[in-house]
Design a protein around this ligand. Structure first.
Ligand SMILES: Cc1cc2nc3c(=O)[nH]c(=O)nc-3n(C[C@H](O)[C@H](O)[C@H](O)COP(=O)(O)O)c2cc1C
Length: 351
């Protein structure tokens, strides 16, 4: 068994175990829609066993960064269809990462009429880039009212329906990096005293309801979840991430999701990969700073089912072939990670 061996994860069929990690690239066009450039970008990378898309907002409220896409209307479904068709034409598989930023936003990046909402009215310390005015402080969020939480869950359900209608092979819940699901899970950002705040079970309720809604649409075997316990990104803080995630993964266990996507975080208080293995030993995707040799050894040893790679895919659209043929890797240009246009996006040539 190695990184080139095929793999089944639930209903997902991977031609190899080299997964492209989700990466926001800020190239979406008007109406939070992917453009022809995104079609080309993903087509070029379809050699991955599985592509996890950039974070896609399940609602206008879920948008927070410049030029990022959504999956909450039919125009977006149509635009994403061109992406999934291109990847499938090349023999690849692709899942949509559903990402609701919650409080990690600035109003200048949001469509008119949308709001910055979170479990509690606790502002994250930090700044975010806006096209209109450069770096800006993160918004003070409005706390979701109890009755509104079901609407947000419904947004994830509709976005999952839209993802399936757009031809995605599955969906991944983005449940880390300080965004809405992680805000609910963590004591620092969730000060609620109702059924969605308090002990680990209450803080996990939102995530469990979202997963339940997603699997209700397409079956658990097409739903993945991405976590990184104790990740402090975007001012996230939890008193006891080990306890929080043991509860969450215990509750998720019975759902038989397609996969668990775990970002390791060696300086944190939790051994994330060990935790992932405990709860999901046979459908675990590991991530963060793996190179070919380390990931290949982990798969050979049965410690991971697959590994995902983010930065290596930026300048190496044909990453799988380069590793297979032992070709050198190209370095990406930091300056064009999030800038509009083809430069630094679709103009990295194959080897
Ligand atoms: C440009 C860029 C954008 C990213 N956007 C996302 C995202 O939208 N969703 C997400 O879950 N992770 C995102 N990440 C994190 C990556 O998925 C991955 O966890 C990280 O790059 C570490 O993996 P690597 O060492 O293979 O690059 C992003 C990373 C980069 C470099």
């Amino acid at each position: 068994m190695d990184l080139f061996s095929p793999l089944e994860l639930g209903e997902l069929q991977l031609a190899n175990r080299i997964v492209m990690a989700p990466m926001t690239r800020s190239r979406a066009g008007e109406g939070a829609m992917p453009t022809e450039l995104a079609v080309e970008y993903y087509r070029q990378r379809a050699g991955a066993g599985l592509i996890v898309t950039e974070g896609i907002a399940p609602s206008a409220d879920g948008l927070g960064y410049c030029r990022t896409p959504g999956l909450y209307n039919q125009n977006q479904v149509h635009a994403w269809r061109a992406v999934t068709d291109a990847v499938h034409e090349e023999g690849g598989s692709i899942v949509a990462q559903l990402m609701h930023v919650g409080r990690v936003s600035n109003a200048l990046n949001k469509p008119e009429g949308s709001q910055t909402v979170a479990p509690s009215a606790v502002r994250a310390r930090g700044e975010i880039y806006t096209d209109a005015a450069g770096m800006q402080p993160l918004d003070e969020p409005r706390a979701l009212e109890l009755g509104e939480i079901a609407d947000v869950v419904e947004d994830y359900k509709l976005a999952t329906e839209n993802a399936i209608a757009a031809g995605f092979d599955g969906v991944e819940l983005h449940c880390t990096s300080g965004y809405l699901p992680a805000q609910f899970l963590s004591t620092g950002s969730n000060r609620r005293t109702d059924a969605y705040g308090g002990d680990a079970a209450r803080r996990a309720r939102f995530v469990l309801e979202v997963l339940e809604a997603m699997r209700g649409v397409c079956g658990a075997r097409r739903v993945g979840m991405r976590i990184c316990p104790d990740n402090p990104f975007n001012d996230l803080a939890d008193d006891n991430p080990q306890e929080t995630f043991e509860y969450l993964l215990g509750a998720v266990g019975g759902m038989e999701l397609a996969y668990l996507h775990v970002i390791r975080f060696p300086t944190g208080r939790v051994d994330n990969i060990a935790l992932g293995r405990r709860f999901c030993p046979d459908r675990l995707i590991g991530n963060e700073s793996y190179d070919f040799a380390e990931a290949n050894a982990a798969v050979a040893a049965g410690a991971l089912s697959a590994a995902s790679f983010g930065r290596p895919f930026i300048a190496n659209p044909d990453l799988v072939r380069r590793w297979r043929e032992d070709l050198p890797l190209a370095e990406f240009d930091l300056a064009t990670l999030y800038t509009p246009g083809a430069k630094g996006y679709t103009d990295y040539p194959p080897a």
